[in-house]
Design a protein around this ligand. Structure first.
Ligand code: LFR
Length: 481
């Protein structure tokens, strides 16, 4: 048996997972979980990256002799470090307002179509590209969050490929930073080193980390698939069907894996993006604002003193009349932290729909709306790729939300295969195991271990499709407005 450590940082929590590799299977156990939340100071929204670091060290301390450590997190965000290797500024959260103005300004200089053709990345305000443009800095290096943690663990700076692709600065053709694009928009690429291949062994943990955690001095730090979505996609237990995936957590990333990107105007208009997969594949996907709407609603109710238990809320939401009111989860008004139920109510009122009152009604509205958004993304995938989607793998925390999985099956008319819920940590560990030669290279060997490690739960579609089609049509004018 071999023990690997997977550090997985999400927008609402971080954890350290022990991954036991034994007889072609990986078994995961959580050794530490710590909260993560963006914090506002003087109107700027920051991540508490030092709190995360403290949680990571504590989690590593609880492990019994891992051979390696790999870190993944949400994409696009970064820490700036100076010549002496110290942080020169606290990492800013991608939901901060500063990026929207930078996006407008850059798109005036380089059109969205040109950016999309060069990098394959859907122009969204949070892309690192726009964040850099909003930054004034005397820093020496910019390291994306998992690379920053990897640097603190190993002393070796890296720019791991799957996460680098999300910045909007990597040339689709070469897989390295686009000098031409940087020049066009006046960005200094000096903050970035060469893109690091996924699965690169960076080196052993620093002596100070070994001392703080009890890890052996020989423990290797590995640049795993450090974009959480890439790690999750690397662990999708595909069967024989032609299937799409939904990596479902704070966001729902709805996509397929392909060999080639799609950078047509239709793909740009439909909101699709081309991110790199663990083996250099293309993750062609759409970002749907996922369980963020539900989680932020629950946080609001709890702040207001309501005693909310998720299982109870979902059970009640299942009994609410379906498709009473629906929202477009990607509407810009839902992007910021804060009172989500109020914004959902005002959306429903403005679009002439019944206004959800109780928490269960709001939750039902959110889950119906997410299922509808999944349906629209799957339709978009089929239209743009020309390939039928026969089944949908839902992985990540959302795989445990039985109501959302069932509604996604109902709305799309496809079977949903739910799980593993820990796909991100599993993919993180699988890529490490491959880097160390513990399992053979390539996607198939990895998926074989993924299949052996978790058996998905199957949800068959119920009822007619027509009500979902009508609800989607109801949303059209709202989208345009
Ligand atoms: C999911 C995710 C998405 C990315 C978003 C912002 O956790 O990584 O893939 O678009 O967060 O970084």
């Amino acid at each position: 048996m071999t023990l690997l450590a997977a550090v997985d940082l999400g927008a609402s929590s971080g954890r350290v997972m022990a991954a036991h590799l034994r007889e072609g299977r990986i078994e995961l156990t959580e050794t530490a979980r710590f909260p993560n939340r963006a914090v506002t100071v003087r109107g700027r929204l920051y991540w508490d990256v030092l709190g995360l670091w403290a949680g990571i060290l504590e989690g590593l301390r609880a492990l019994d002799g891992p051979v390696s450590v790999g870190v993944d997190s949400w994409a696009v965000d970064y820490g700036l470090v100076g010549d002496d290797g110290h942080l020169v500024a606290n990492p800013v959260c991608y939901r901060d307002a500063r990026n929207a103005a930078a996006k407008t300004e850059i798109l005036e200089r380089v059109g969205a179509a040109e950016l999309f053709a060069a990098t394959g990345i859907q122009p969204q305000p949070f892309n690192t590209l726009f964040q850099f443009a909003a930054e004034t800095t005397s820093a020496r290096r910019a390291l994306l969050i998992p690379d920053l943690i990897g640097y603190w663990l190993s002393g070796v700076p890296a720019w791991e490929a799957t996460n680098a692709s999300t910045t909007g600065l990597v040339d689709l053709a070469t897989g390295d930073w686009s000098g031409a694009l940087a020049e066009r928009i006046g960005l200094d690429l000096g903050l970035l080193g060469p893109v690091t291949p996924t699965g690169t062994v960076l080196g052993p943990v620093l002596p100070e980390v070994a001392a703080a955690t009890g890890l052996a001095a020989s423990t290797q730090v590995i640049a795993t698939a450090s974009h959480d979505t890439a790690a999750a996609v690397a662990a999708v237990p595909y069967g024989t069907e032609h299937a799409a995936y939904i990596s479902c957590g704070t966001w729902s990333l709805v996509g397929v894996e392909r060999d080639t990107p799609i950078t047509t105007p239709a793909a740009l208009d439909a909101g699709f993006t081309n991110e790199r997969g663990a083996d250099g594949s293309i993750r062609f996907l759409r970002n749907v604002a996922g369980l963020w709407l539900l989680n932020e609603s629950i946080a609001t109710w709890r702040l207001q003193g309501h005693d909310i238990d998720l299982a109870g809320l979902l059970a009640e939401a299942a009994r609410v009349e379906r498709l009473r009111s629906v929202v477009d989860p990607d509407d810009a008004r839902f992007a910021d932290p804060g009172d989500m139920p109020e914004r959902i109510r005002s959306y429903c009122a403005q679009t002439g729909q019944p206004v959800p009152g109780t928490p269960a009604e709001v939750a039902a509205c959110v889950l119906d709306s997410l299922a509808l958004a999944h349906r629209s993304a799957v339709e978009g995938l089929e239209a743009l790729t020309g390939d039928g989607v026969e089944a949908i793998h839902v992985v990540g925390g959302g795989a445990n939300n039985g109501l959302l999985c069932q509604l996604t099956a109902d709305a799309t008319g496809r079977a949903v295969l739910a799980g593993p819920d820990e796909a991100t940590a599993l993919g993180n560990a699988l890529v490490q195991a491959q880097a160390l030669g513990l399992i053979p290279p390539g996607p198939e060997a990895r998926r074989a271990v993924a299949r052996a490690s978790a058996r998905p739960r199957r949800y068959e579609p119920r009822g007619p499709q027509a009500p979902w089609g009508r609800a989607a049509a109801r949303l059209q004018p709202a989208r345009v407005a």
